[in-house]
Structure formats: C-alpha cells, structure tokens
Design a protein around this ligand. Structure first.
Ligand SMILES: Nc1ncnc2c1ncn2[C@@H]1O[C@H](COP(=O)(O)OP(=O)(O)O)[C@@H](O)[C@H]1O
Ligand SMILES: [Mg+2]
Length: 249
C-alpha cells in the first residue's frame, strides 16, 4: 500500500437520485451538491435526521450504490483514484485493501461460524489461517462475545451479538478508510466503550473514518468534525461545518 495524502478522500458536488423502476420510473433525489474532505487520522461524523441520505453516502463510497453525478476521489502518494466509474474487479481489490465498512446490520451467510465471518477479510489478504483465527478470536473476546458462540453461525444471535461480529469483521483488517453505519446502535454501554477504543486506535494508526452515530456520548468522543446533512435540495445547502467547541474537547 502506498502512503496516504491529506486529504485522503474528497467528495465533490455529489448528487444521488434513485430511479424507482417499480413506480413508473419516478426519480427520487436524495442528495445534491455534497462536498467534503477527510484526512488520515480523522473521524468525520455524518449527522441529520433519518432518511436524509447518510447511509446512501456510505454505500456510494463502498461501491454498492452508483453515483448519479459528482466525484469521489482517493488521494494516494502516487496519484488519485476516481471511484465514480470504477469497474467491479477494481472495487473488489479496493474493498479488500482500502475501504472497510461496518454496515448497520450483519449480512448473515448460513452455516458460516462467527469466527470465520471475522477471519474472512484477513484470509482475503493472504494472512495464514492459524494467524487469522487467533486474531479473529482476540477481536471477538475484546467485544465480549461469549466463546461458546464463536463456532456457531450468527443467524440465531441477538441483534447486539450480530452487530459485534460485524464490528469485529470491519475492524480486523485495519483498512485505511473505514465507513461506520451506526455501529453502536444495538450495544450496551460496556461494548460501546470497546467500539470507542477501536475507533481511537484506528485514528491513532492513521485511518480515516466516516461514521454515523446516534449515541451523543459516542459521537462527542470520536468526532473530530460533524457534517450535518440538511433536507434542502438547493445548491450548496449540504456542506461541511466546523465542529462545535464541545466536539473539539
Ligand atoms: N435502494 C434505494 N432505492 C430507492 N430509494 C432509496 C434506496 N436507498 C435509500 N433510498 C432512499 O434514500 C433516502 C435516504 O436514505 P438513507 O441514506 O438510508 O437515509 P439515512 O441513512 O440518513 O437515514 C430515503 O428516502 C430512502 O428511502
Ligand atoms: Mg441510515
């Protein structure tokens, strides 16, 4: 991996509209003219009411939603990489090596045990199986997932247990860019604390984080800046704002 630049990610005049094929091809505009930058070691928190487009932004950055217009760019020391028109095979490599994502809910694959769900991003990078297993177990232990669950499929786990498997999988490979969609939503206080620790460690090793956190306490502790998304669709209404004094503490 080549080293990262300041900023590492830039989003320029991003526009997103969904075409609702099931409803006569109606177009739903979700985002217009969103711009932001994100640097290594920084955590930018997306704020704003439900339905405003926070998860949609993360999904565009993870390649699961197409960009309607605008630019998404990663800046490496040896050049820029534009994400808007990247072919599928390039997304595969990028997700393996650069962009990690903790989705709001774990996507359960039947019969795959929790520990293997967590190991998978390491195996994809060629880490040997014994080492990957040890690291996955350490991560699950840190997130207080009972050892008796490690070799069971998460399909029958509680929401909070599934989310901890999801978090372990998202953090284990130490991606340089991490997208976090409400990772602490279904966790108790002790495990929220573990996640705050994982985020602080990721920042300390120079990862750039873009997250959504409804829990005010978590948000205040991890955010370097807040980006409130607003419902207006006019030009330049969705823009970055500096953190409040309170956020900087
Ligand atoms: N795949 C999709 N097809 C159509 N509309 C979508 C799709 N995904 C999200 N939306 C719409 O985009 C808007 C923003 O959704 P979302 O990004 O999930 O909001 P948030 O995460 O801020 O709560 C909502 O109106 C939602 O219904
Ligand atoms: Mg959301």
């Amino acid at each position: 991996m080549t080293s990262l630049k300041q900023p590492f990610l830039s989003v320029d005049a991003l526009h997103k509209a969904f075409v609702l094929h099931g409803q006569g091809g109606m177009t739903l505009e979700v985002m217009r003219d969103l711009s932001l930058t994100l640097s290594p070691g920084e955590c930018l928190v997306l704020a704003g009411p439900s339905g405003i487009g926070k998860s949609t932004l993360l999904k565009m950055l993870h390649g699961s939603y197409r960009v309607t217009a605008g630019r998404l760019t990663l800046h490496f020391e040896d050049g820029d990489l534009s994400l808007e028109a990247l072919p599928a095979h390039a997304w595969h490599t990028l997700r393996r090596d650069v962009i990690g994502y903790v989705s709001q809910f774990l996507r359960v694959v039947p019969r795959v045990p929790a520990v293997e769900v967590v190991m998978e991003p390491l195996l994809a990078r060629g880490v040997d199986e014994a080492e990957a297993r040890l690291r996955a177990e350490a991560m699950l232990a840190r997130l207080n997932l009972p050892e008796r669950l490690w070799n069971l499929s998460p399909g029958t786990f509680s929401g909070g247990e599934q989310q901890r498997v999801n978090i372990a999988r998202g953090f284990i490979a130490e991606h340089p860019l991490l997208l976090l969609d409400e990772p602490t939503a279904s966790l108790d206080a002790a495990n929220r604390e573990v996640v705050v620790g994982l985020i602080e460690e990721a920042k300390a090793r120079g990862a750039a984080l873009l997250g959504i956190f409804h829990d005010e306490d978590v948000r205040e502790r991890v955010a370097d800046r807040l980006l409130p998304l607003t419902p207006h669709m006019g030009a330049n209404v969705v823009t970055a704002q500096p953190a409040t004094e309170e956020m900087r503490r």
